[in-house]
Write a protein that binds this ligand. Structure first.
Ligand code: T3D
Length: 261
């Protein structure tokens, strides 16, 4: 499928989605929100995709909502509806995708771009990356899931301060606060992420997907519910080819050859 605002590449089990409006630091217009959502759904349907990388073209990851488009809106425009039809579908598509998503944060992630970065499962950042909850700079409250993700990752006081000051969080500070898993020199980002994603794509993908589901579900469960749910998911994982293969490979003292099923 041809896309207008993103690039989609697929090789060796890894799909790479590149936000591709570099002149605006990859600001989200309606088309880019729709195409990115579509790309994640497409990854969900394709068993050949076992890991997804999300990154930005040029020097930014994403600057959030395209503010140029905001000026074009008519009188009756509903932002709530825009969020529901746009960003919410995108964030849900990412969270519901039962495959690991690696955010390769190549530059600034601001506003909804920060939210989309947070919806990735793992973030590897360039040392040139930064994060800004830019919403308050334009008189808005955080959206695109940032109110849900960020306090869970860095705690409410830090998240609230970032929201109301809209201060830039550097890559190093983001690492110290657990916003990113790793920071690498800018020129090494692409190779590091592709190698990392290729390794994930060789892994027990079914178990990776169920683990993502279990961890998201656990946020809203009691311990008893979480234990019950783990047992339920483990029944599924334990019936997989990958479990048999993992055990056999261990006993034969060789690396496992997982098939993701
Ligand atoms: O209304 C709704 O839909 C509600 C939803 C809201 C969700 C949101 O995301 S609200 C937050 C929107 N985003 C922002 O407020 C961030 C705006 N951008 C910036 O503050 C800065 O660009 C950055 C801090 C991200 C980066 O600064 P810097 O100095 O590195 O770059 P720059 O020079 O400001 O930007 C480079 C170009 O990108 C520039 O264009 P030009 O002058 O070269 O032609 C700039 O206008 C453009 N650009 C950057 N961000 C956006 C943008 N164009 C449109 N929309 C943007 N968000």
């Amino acid at each position: 499928m041809a896309y207008e605002t993103i690039r989609f590449q697929q090789a060796d089990g890894v799909a790479t989605i590149t936000l591709n409006r570099p002149d605006t630091l990859n600001a989200f217009n309606d088309t880019m929100i729709r195409e990115t959502t579509d790309a994640f759904k497409r990854c969900g349907k394709d068993p050949a995709v076992r890991c997804v990388v999300l990154t930005g073209a040029g020097r930014g990851f994403s600057s959030g909502q395209d503010l140029g488009d905001v000026q074009q809106r008519g009188e009756g425009f509903s932002i709530a509806e825009h969020l529901r039809r746009g960003y919410h579908r995108l964030i849900r598509a990412m969270v519901r995708l039962e495959k690991p998503i690696v955010g390769a944060i190549n530059g600034v992630a601001a506003g909804a771009g920060f939210g989309v970065a947070l919806a990735a499962d793992i973030r590897i950042a360039s040392d040139k990356a930064s994060f800004i909850l830019a919403f308050s700079r334009v008189g808005l409250v955080p959206d695109s899931g940032t109110n849900w993700f960020l306090p869970r990752i860095i705690g409410q006081a830090r998240a609230y301060e970032l929201a109301i000051t809209a201060e830039r969080l550097s890559a190093d500070q983001a690492l110290a606060w657990g916003v990113v898993n790793r920071v690498v020199p800018h020129q090494e980002l692409e190779a590091t992420v592709q190698e990392y994603a290729a390794r994930l794509a060789q892994g027990p993908s079914l178990a990776y997907g169920l683990t993502k589901r279990a961890m998201y579900r656990a946020w809203e469960q009691t311990l008893e519910e979480a234990l019950a749910y783990e047992a339920y998911l483990q029944e599924t994982a334990a019936r997989s080819h990958d479990y048999q293969e993992g055990v056999q490979a261990f006993l034969e003292k060789r690396p496992p050859r997982f098939q993701g099923r």
